[in-house]
Design a protein around this ligand. Sequence first.
Ligand SMILES: [Zn+2]
Length: 297
Amino acid sequence: METVGALRIFERSYISRGLQYKDMLGDGDSATYNKIVQRKPYGDECIPKKLECIGHVQKRVGSRLRKLKSANKGLKLADGKGLGGKGRLTDGKIDVLQNYYGLAVGENLDDVDQMAKSIKASLYHVASTDLNPQHHLCPNGKDSWCGYKRDEESYKHKNGIPECIVKKIKPIFDELSQPQLLQKCTHGMTQNVNECLNGLIWDRCPKTTYVEHETVALSTYLAVVKFNDGDISFLKIFEDLDIKPGSFTAQELSSGGKSSSGEAENETGEDIGILHEAWDYEDWLMGDNSEDIWVRH
Ligand SMILES: [Zn+2]
């Protein structure tokens, strides 16, 4: 369904809007992108480029490490202990590694080599102990994110990841710092905006209850209106419908305009844009209800 929907959006963009999408922001799944490349909606002149959502790339660190851990439950490493357990590769440490990876990508968008270096630095930084500090790749100076480099004397290490675990997980970091992958992250964007809109739609129309397409379409219209301008736009709709709202409604919607866009910002953690690709009711009727298509232009 996602592939069918994405193809339709790409194929109609030039005909209906005179617009060619240059890039497609997506997660790791390339099936939809490959179909678009095969179909060449704009001929050979403009082949859309695949961009990776940095949020999804970051999450790969956690999912790969957790997978490695569960696939090696009975494994004994060089020090006679397993991967998991206290002071080992705990869920907390996995989260820390994943967060450091995200920062390494986000802070070096204009330099892929530096991005890869920072990813490696984060692994050794997290593996460091008082007896074995490994901050050789961490940035120097008092503005460094590395506390050890900021003040070597007073820095106290927490539980570092043992060396045999570092050895075991390093291939994952090597793979996730390949320039081909990092190159696709230099735009610095995530799919959060799309996920935010997606959430607004299904808040109004929970998937747990079966509804007809008119209800989904209406929920989508309402979500788009709220996403773009906040609750205040409902006052304009009332006005167009010649409905005079009561004072409490008017007051709530007027103030809600501000709080609602704030809500969207908080959910996504970034400033949200305007939704350009409006819901196409006709497509919905035809069965094009793909909900997880992430496209930018
Ligand atoms: Zn460090």
